[in-house]
Ligand binder design. Structure first.
Ligand SMILES: [Zn+2]
Length: 123
């Protein structure tokens, strides 16, 4: 059987023009990353169950409360945890709830108080 040439499938006309993705406040994000990195010293801030801190190099300034649901915390350094690749994976894929609770439970109490206060302001 002869194969038919590849043809483009007809696309329905777009009803609305593609919306340009809004700039997600890059200044606030840069301030967030810098602040989190300054606090962590470049080392992952995850604390193991035995109380020791992860020894790995931090690669991602992670938002403990997701920016999607907490956009007002985008520049809030207290909402940040500098994480290594493995712990960032854990925070996003494997153990999202556990990791968030762990990060909240092991951060300094003053940071947690400021964070909870900032979080409430957005509601
Ligand atoms: Zn780590």
């Amino acid at each position: 059987m002869k194969r038919s040439p590849i043809t483009r499938s007809p696309m329905p006309p777009r009803k609305t023009p593609m919306a340009k993705k809004p700039a997600r406040n890059s200044g606030e994000r840069a301030k967030f990353r810098k602040g989190v990195r300054a606090r962590s010293g470049g080392r992952c801030e995850y604390v193991w169950l035995d109380g020791s801190r992860c020894d790995c190099r931090a690669v991602v300034a992670h938002h403990i409360y997701p920016v999607g649901s907490h956009p007002h915390l985008v520049g809030c350094v207290d909402d940040g945890a500098d994480l290594c690749e493995a712990h960032d994976d854990m925070a996003h894929k494997n153990d999202v709830k556990f990791t968030r609770e762990r990060l909240l439970a092991t951060m300094p109490p003053t940071q947690r108080e400021r964070l909870e206060s900032a979080r409430r302001k957005g509601k």
